[in-house]
Design a binder for this molecule. Structure first.
Ligand SMILES: [Zn+2]
Length: 85
């Protein structure tokens, strides 16, 4: 079950890399957009900037072999938390 969505790309996670209170990032890497949790997704501005860069570069998966065969970029983008748009 998805409990968290990447602030940059909207990928769903079954845990929060930002911790239960959204304030303790684990500095892991998003398998889709490649953002490092706690750095480039720290604020709305940095998340937006990273997203723009990622989309401009073709929205490629950071870990290519983890990309689902039926992956839909547009659908995933709708999952980005509203306050990080
Ligand atoms: Zn991401």
């Amino acid at each position: 079950m998805a409990v968290w969505h990447c602030r940059v790309c909207g990928l769903d996670y079954d845990y929060s890399p930002w911790g239960p209170n959204d304030d303790a990032p684990d500095y892991g890497t998003c398998e889709c957009c490649g953002v490092q949790f706690g750095t480039d997704d720290y604020s709305v501005e940095t998340a937006r900037a990273f997203r723009r860069q990622w989309l401009n570069a073709g929205a490629k998966w950071f870990y290519v072999n983890m990309q689902p065969a039926d992956w839909q970029l547009e659908t995933q983008l709708t999952q980005i938390p509203e306050r990080f748009w």
